[in-house]
Design a protein around this ligand. Structure first.
Ligand code: SAM
Ligand code: SF4
Ligand code: SF4
Length: 346
C-alpha cells in the first residue's frame, strides 16, 4: 500500500523538485545576473551525479513525482545526459524536465532525449538579436533559435518557451513571441519579473503584470479564455485565444500561488530550499557525505518538509508598493551566493 503523501504545515504535498546542477551560466540576463562579478560555489562542494540520483530517490520515496533540472545553465554541466539517465531510472519519477537558455541545446538535444529526458523548457525573452545582446550581454540569439529547433526535431515534446516580460524592455514583443511559439510548435509562458535574489535592479514599475499581458493578447486576438487547471499546483495559469492556441502566465508577483505550491529546490552543492524566497536552506550534502543511510536521509527530509510554512511570494505581495525593493543587494548576494536565483534554480 502507498503511504499517505507527506504534507507540510499548510497541507501541501512534496511533489516537485528542482535540481540546480551548476550555479554558472553562459549568459548574463539583466533580471538574473546583472553584476560584473560573482562569487561561485566551490567545485569540490558540487554534488556528483551519484549523490544527486541518491537524493532524488530519497525524495521520490517520500512523494516527489516531478523533477526538473535547472541552474545556472544546466547544459554547461559536463556529461549532463549521464545525470538525466540516472534520474530517469529513479522509481516513481514520472516527469523529468529541464529548463535551459538554449545556447548549447542544438548539440545536446538528441543525447538528452536518448538519455530519457521527457520535456524541455527554453527561455527566450526577445526575437531581436540586438535586444537579445543587450538583455543577456552575449551575442547568442541564433544559437538559441537553433536549440529550439533541435529540441523539436529530437521529439522533446511538449516544448515550452519561457519569457520574462519587463516593462520598457520587451513588453512590445508579446504577440510576436506568441506567434513564434506557434510556428515552433511550442507553448509560451509569460513570466512576471520577480524580485528574487539576483534581481538587484528590480522595482515595481518594471513588472509588466499578468493583467497587462492578458490585455495585450485580448487587444490582438479579441478575447482570451482561461483554461481550467488540470494540475492545481502548476505555476502557470493557461489561456486560450479564440483560434484555440494556448499560452500561460506565471504571475508570481501580482497573483501568487503559494497556497498550492509543492515545489522545492536543491542547489548544486546540496542545499535544499523549501521556497524560492527562503533565507535558510537545509544542508543535505553534509549528512550525505558523512554516510547517513537512505532511511536517515528520508527521515531528515520528511521532518523538514513537515515543518514547511513558507509563502514567500504571497508575503511579498502583501507589502505596499513603496515598501517593495529588491530582495537582496549585490553585497548581500556576494556574502551568500545561495540567495542567487542562478544558484537556486528558477
Ligand atoms: N539558465 C536557464 C534558463 O535561463 O532557462 C535555467 C535557470 S534560470 C534561473 C530559470 C528561469 O528563471 C528562466 O526562465 C529565467 O527567465 C527565470 N528567471 C530568472 N530571474 C528571474 C526574475 N528575476 N524574474 C522572473 N524570472 C526569472
Ligand atoms: Fe539568464 Fe538563466 Fe543564466 Fe539566469 S541562469 S542569467 S536566467 S540564462
Ligand atoms: Fe512556492 Fe515559495 Fe514560490 Fe510561494 S514563493 S510559490 S511557496 S516557492
Amino acid at each position: 500500500m502507498t503511504p499517505p503523501p507527506l504534507r507540510d504545515q499548510l497541507g501541501r504535498p512534496l511533489r516537485t523538485l528542482r535540481f540546480s546542477v551548476t550555479d554558472r551560466c553562459n549568459l548574463r540576463c539583466q533580471y538574473c545576473m546583472p553584476e560584473e562579478e560573482y562569487v561561485w560555489l566551490p567545485r569540490k562542494d558540487l554534488l556528483s551525479f551519484e549523490e544527486t540520483a541518491f537524493l532524488a530517490a530519497r525524495f521520490a520515496a517520500l512523494g516527489v513525482r516531478r523533477v526538473r533540472i535547472t541552474g545556472g545553465e544546466p547544459l554547461i554541466r559536463i556529461h549532463l545526459p549521464e545525470l538525466v539517465k540516472r534520474l530517469a531510472g529513479v522509481p516513481h519519477i514520472r516527469d523529468l524536465a529541464l529548463t535551459t537558455n538554449g545556447v548549447l541545446l542544438a548539440d545536446q538535444a538528441e543525447a538528452l532525449k536518448a538519455a530519457g529526458l521527457h520535456r524541455i523548457t527554453v527561455s527566450i525573452d526577445t526575437l531581436r538579436p540586438e535586444r537579445f545582446r543587450s538583455l543577456t550581454r552575449r551575442d547568442r540569439f541564433e544559437a538559441v533559435c537553433r536549440g529550439i529547433r533541435a529540441a523539436r526535431e529530437a521529439g522533446l515534446a511538449p516544448l515550452k518557451l519561457d519569457t520574462v516580460v519587463m516593462r520598457g524592455f520587451n513588453d512590445d514583443e508579446i504577440v510576436e513571441l506568441f506567434e513564434f511559439a506557434t510556428a515552433e510548435e511550442a507553448e509560451i509562458r509569460f513570466i512576471e519579473y520577480m524580485d528574487v535574489g539576483g534581481a538587484t535592479a528590480w522595482r515595481p514599475g518594471l513588472v509588466f503584470d499578468a493583467e497587462a499581458i492578458r490585455d495585450v493578447m485580448r487587444r490582438r486576438y479579441g478575447s482570451v479564455e482561461a483554461i481550467p487547471a488540470s494540475d492545481p499546483a502548476a505555476p502557470a495559469r493557461r489561456y486560450r485565444t479564440p483560434d484555440g492556441r494556448a499560452f500561460g502566465i506565471i504571475a508570481s508577483v501580482t497573483e501568487p500561488f503559494c497556497r498550492t505550491c509543492d515545489r522545492s529546490r536543491i542547489t548544486a552543492d546540496g542545499r535544499w530550499f523549501r521556497c524560492l524566497y527562503a533565507s535558510e536552506g537545509t544542508d543535505l550534502r553534509g549528512p550525505l557525505r558523512e554516510g547517513r543511510t537512505a532511511r536517515e536521509m528520508e527521515a531528515l527530509i520528511a521532518r523538514t518538509w513537515s515543518g514547511r510554512a513558507d509563502r514567500g511570494a504571497e508575503e511579498r505581495a502583501a507589502l505596499p508598493d513603496h515598501e517593495r525593493a529588491p530582495l537582496f543587494t549585490a553585497s548581500d548576494l556576494r556574502s551568500d551566493p545561495h540567495q542567487e536565483m542562478h544558484t537556486r534554480g528558477g
